[in-house]
Design a protein around this ligand. Structure first.
Ligand code: HSE
Length: 409
């Protein structure tokens, strides 16, 4: 099969843009050449010659010599304008901008259909792990039950550093930033919103339903304290920021929350910048994908794979969109959580469907129970999910001894 020659206009020359430039230099067999790179900052010192750069978007977007736009900037609004204009001009597009894709996927699907151009974004979810292409192709006829795991590298790096080397939160975050793992605005990572954006993209490819990221409940790692890590270590658990999506009949359950993981969960051994995603489906049962979830080369590798796919006219088909229309988010679904608040009062208790354990201390209190997703925004404290088995077996036995009598509460 003869492959298309790809003439690339690249937006952005940050961590991933530079990574892509280097990766393309090392893969000459792929007939892909960067024609021009558009950047914003006129004063920044660049690692390659100034002749490669322009500051004018139209030199790429309206350039007849360019047939592929690769968008690797961090501003989601500007990225959407670039991608839209590129598609309107008949150019294939590759992007890694999960926030932009998650917020505009409905419009982006329409644009792809209207202008008959491919738009690929493997690098937007789990960097180097080929999860989107697998959902599109391998699982196109599989009935997927759930997709869960770790989809943010920075937070996994921070959590691992904090629990294993005893680093402080700020110190670990700074290291993640220096390594090029964190977003320009690291709040997106630590608040769980970056993971939510990725979850929204995964759900669209798994079940054909686009859910706006703002509708997904999430808490990040920024509210965890030393006492949570201590609690984890006392019970031989590890804390991971987990993304969860499942489908049962016409109901979708989605959330992003810190999770206590037991040693029989593969996420327990996913450390540092690595991501790990479990896909559970009807016929094949469980697959676990793991690999580097952030960083220049892993992300550039996914972009490279998309560029290569364009050379044989690959595009996402979104085959499940029709069947996805009937799916609804289920916010009444209840999950088992450890909740650390200052004081447990009737108001807090009433948010729970069931309370299994209460532990009141002078400075902070812990309540373990089943909490509906819709009540999560009303919790003014830290939430960490707990595997049901853990509560019902060893945790229940151990902590039951600490439950206070009603008089003491
Ligand atoms: N900040 C993101 C992360 C980059 O840490 O996962 C990769 O999407």
């Amino acid at each position: 099969m003869s492959r298309k020659k790809l003439r690339i206009g690249l937006f952005g020359f940050g961590v991933v843009g530079q990574g892509l430039y280097e990766v393309l230099e090392k893969t000459p067999a792929l007939q892909a050449q960067i024609i021009k790179i558009c950047v914003k900052d006129r004063n920044k010192k660049r690692s390659i010659d100034a002749t490669h750069f322009t500051f004018h978007q139209h030199e790429l977007l309206y350039n007849e010599a360019i047939n592929v736009i690769v968008e690797l900037i961090d501003d989601a609004d500007a990225a959407f304008d670039i991608v839209k204009t590129a598609m309107e001009n008949g150019k294939a597009v590759v992007s890694a901008n999960k926030k932009m894709i998650a917020e505009h996927l409905d419009e982006l699907i329409v644009l792809q259909q209207r202008f008959q151009v491919p738009f690929l974004y493997e690098a937007a979810v789990c960097a180097g792990i080929p999860v989107i292409r697998n959902l599109e192709e391998y699982y196109d006829n599989e009935l997927i039950h759930s997709i869960s795991g770790i989809v943010n590298g920075s937070t996994n790096f921070i959590l691992t550093k904090m629990s294993e080397t005893g680093s402080g939160y700020q110190e670990a975050l700074k290291e993640a930033q220096e390594a090029g793992y964190a977003e320009s605005d690291p709040w997106l990572d630590v608040s769980g919103r970056d993971a939510v954006n990725k979850l929204s993209i995964l759900v669209a490819h798994a079940w054909g339903r686009w859910i706006h990221p703002d509708t997904v409940v999430a808490k990040g790692i920024d509210e965890l304290s030393a006492s949570d890590f201590e609690w984890a270590s006392t019970h031989d658990l590890r804390i991971r920021l987990k993304t969860f999506a499942s489908r049962k009949e016409n109901k979708l359950v989605t959330y992003v929350l810190p999770a206590f993981t037991t040693s029989d969960d593969p996420a327990y051994r996913v450390n540092g910048v690595f991501n790990g995603v479990e896909i559970e489906s009807s016929f094949v049962d469980k697959h676990y994908f793991s690999g580097r979830g952030a960083g220049a080369y892993p992300t550039a590798s996914a972009v490279l794979s998309d560029i290569s796919a364009l050379s044989y006219d690959y595009k996402y088909e979104y085959k499940k969109l029709e069947s996805g229309k009937k799916l609804e988010s289920d916010l009444r679904h209840a999950i088992t959580v450890y909740c650390r608040v200052q004081v447990i009062n009737q108001k807090v208790r009433s948010l729970f469907d069931d309370v299994f354990i209460e532990k009141n201390d002078e400075e902070e209190s812990i309540i373990i129970g089943r909490l509906p997703l819709s009540k999560i925004p009303y919790i003014n404290g830290t939430l960490i999910t707990l595997p049901e088995e853990a509560v019902h077996t060893f945790l229940a036995n151990e902590i039951a001894q600490e439950v206070l009598t009603p008089e003491e509460v």
